[in-house]
Ligand binder design. Sequence first.
Ligand code: TYM
Length: 330
Amino acid sequence: MEKVVSGIRSTGHLHLGNYLGALRNFVKMQEGYDCYFFIADLHSLTTHPHPADFHANVKIILSEYLAAGLDPEKCALFVQSDVPEICELYVLLNMLAYKGELERTASFKDKARKNPDNINAGLLTYPVLMASDILVHNADYVPVGKDQEQHLEIARVYARRFNNLYGVEVFKEPRSFNFGNQSPVKVPGLDGSGKMGKSEGNAIYLCDDEATIRKKVMKAVTDSGPSEPNSPMPEVIQNLFTIMNLVSSPDTVSYFTEKWNDCSIRYGDMKKQLAEDICTLTRPVRERIEAVSSDEAYLSKVVAAGREKARASAAATLKAARQAVGFRNF
Ligand code: TYM
């Protein structure tokens, strides 16, 4: 069976971008693939979270994974730091990772620009750790959003580089995956610019109640409306349609597209519909979050089983990698 690996950083609650770009695909993929889904707690350390919040953040993602429908009977659900094989592979891959190429990655440049006082080596080698997460299970597919495409390409480069350097076929080159879409999606923010993100303050969270969702959507940035039929759509409006395409029925999208084209669109109506469709989509997840997160015994059972499954898979790949590098027992 083909293998699937993916994870989400433990830096707070999951938002609609995480859900549509990644988690929704995880839930579907667990039905037909050998899946390894994890909580990337090591990756969250680049920003030095307070120790009192660290574990709580892991628990939030775990609960939201389960509430969204990830089934520990169907996939390995684990915490990244529970699998030390990832860190060992990270050391090996770091020897093939060059400073210049890491400095050129878009996310490094962006984060270094925003936080000039904390450009640590972990931030620079963030894609190496991510490649280790993926390659340690020899994944065929990695469901991720568009912002992670470059990191995935780096994982492919390291797989090739390792195999070439040691003249082996230890690693496969992983590919991105999205149901119903050829390429990874990017969910825009509600502020009319860029992508929906935790630090951007423009997100709808899976745990937001329905009144909050409606309020946020009604406040989304729009313009004064089309001035003539079939005029080109400005980015802020295109963004609303992008979200609508991901959460609403094709009929709804066509209805509002026609209204845009003949200049009769009322943004208030469009937003109302969009808010309802987001509420409907996220309702089942939201309704389960509290029950799941309060069941401590269940959560610890889930991570223990996930750890065992993930470590077994990772150990097999790491053994081959160590062998290729030249480690031998005395
Ligand atoms: P993270 O935690 O920033 O995001 C988790 C997943 O959500 C997707 N995502 C989005 N997709 C579409 N539109 C958006 N606005 C949006 N915002 C976030 C991301 O693309 C991602 O798929 N480095 C990763 C976590 C990670 C990982 C891995 C992923 C660590 N190791 C190995 C895959 C495989 C990250 O920071 O994602």
